[in-house]
Design a protein around this ligand. Structure first.
Ligand SMILES: NC(=O)c1ccc[n+]([C@@H]2O[C@H](COP(=O)([O-])OP(=O)(O)OC[C@H]3O[C@@H](n4cnc5c(N)ncnc54)[C@H](O)[C@@H]3O)[C@@H](O)[C@H]2O)c1
Length: 255
């Protein structure tokens, strides 16, 4: 085994969802730098086109604009990846939404449905579609789902529905890890605390300052610092890791 963070990822077929987002863009770049071929997926086709166009040798990669709420499109997406890259090895699933409301009373049924659907329902159906293709290929596979430190804290006030959806992602990933292990498929989650992306800055400035003050490392993570952990979990070095939740909170939570 080569001793580099991207060991084993050369020419692997990787899908990154939420690829036009703050962290997803860095994850896409990190996989491409490790030599993988990346399918960048997000809602707006022009944004994913731009993410792929900015990679060295864009023709090795694929940009797909789609709404992942179209569950019936998941299988077609993954088949396209296999046909284009000749193989499908890694799903890094970042796409999510956070609707931060001022308090509990401001949360609507629509908020509930939307966050649970995008954050949790899509995760289950996309993970299952990936697992089916991994099983058919017979070479195992890697799934890295995105939760949040809120999975453990439960969030607060108007953000607890997001927190509950992210708690569901951890629970779901643990169940899938146990179920899919006999097929050599690992399923792990990464749990950022504060990461320096637009999602973080949806918070009122005074709450944001208080939040950052609680971080022992004293600052939010850069998207690249989160991306390194994702590449590690997809690499040969993480072959024996499954069902784990990687705490990327700068020490704000310790578990
Ligand atoms: N930024 C943070 O501080 C932070 C903290 C904890 C967890 N996270 C998690 O990290 C991940 C990435 O977050 P980010 O900060 O890059 O957020 P972001 O909002 O910048 O990116 C999320 C991306 O998901 C895409 N998306 C949403 N719904 C979609 C759908 N139905 N179909 C396809 N794409 C869809 C969005 O278009 C967006 O580009 C998310 O899962 C988020 O919950 C972020």
């Amino acid at each position: 085994m080569a001793w580099s963070i991207g060991a084993g990822l050369e020419d692997r077929g990787v899908v990154v969802t939420g690829a036009a987002g703050g962290i997803g863009r860095a994850v896409t770049q990190a996989f491409a730098s490790a030599g993988a071929r990346v399918c960048a997926v997000d809602l707006d086709p022009s944004q994913v086109d731009a993410v792929v166009a900015a990679l060295p040798d864009p023709a090795r990669h694929l940009a797909v604009g789609m709404d992942l709420l179209r569950l019936d499109e998941h299988e077609r997406l993954l088949q396209r990846v296999r046909e284009t890259f000749g193989r499908f090895d890694v799903l890094a699933h970042l796409a999510a939404i956070l609707l931060r409301r001022p308090d509990l009373d401001a949360i609507t049924e629509e908020d509930w449905d939307c966050q649970l659907d995008v954050n949790l329902k899509v995760t289950f159906f996309l993970n299952r579609a990936a697992a089916r293709l991994f099983r058919a290929q017979g070479r195992g596979g890697r799934i890295i789902n995105f939760t949040s430190q809120a999975w453990q804290t439960g969030g607060f006030g108007g953000s607890i529905v997001y927190a509950a959806s992210k708690g569901g992602v951890v629970s779901l990933s643990r169940g899938l890890a146990r179920t899919l292990a006999p097929d050599g498929i690992t399923v792990n989650t990464v749990a950022p605390g504060a990461a320096d992306t637009p999602m973080l800055y949806g918070m009122p400035p005074e709450s944001l300052a208080a939040f950052i003050q609680q971080i022992p490392l004293g600052r939010p993570a850069s998207p690249e610092e989160i991306a390194g952990a994702v590449v590690f979990l997809a690499s040969d070095h993480a072959r024996y890791i499954t069902g784990a939740t990687l705490n990327l909170t700068g020490g704000q939570l310790m578990y």
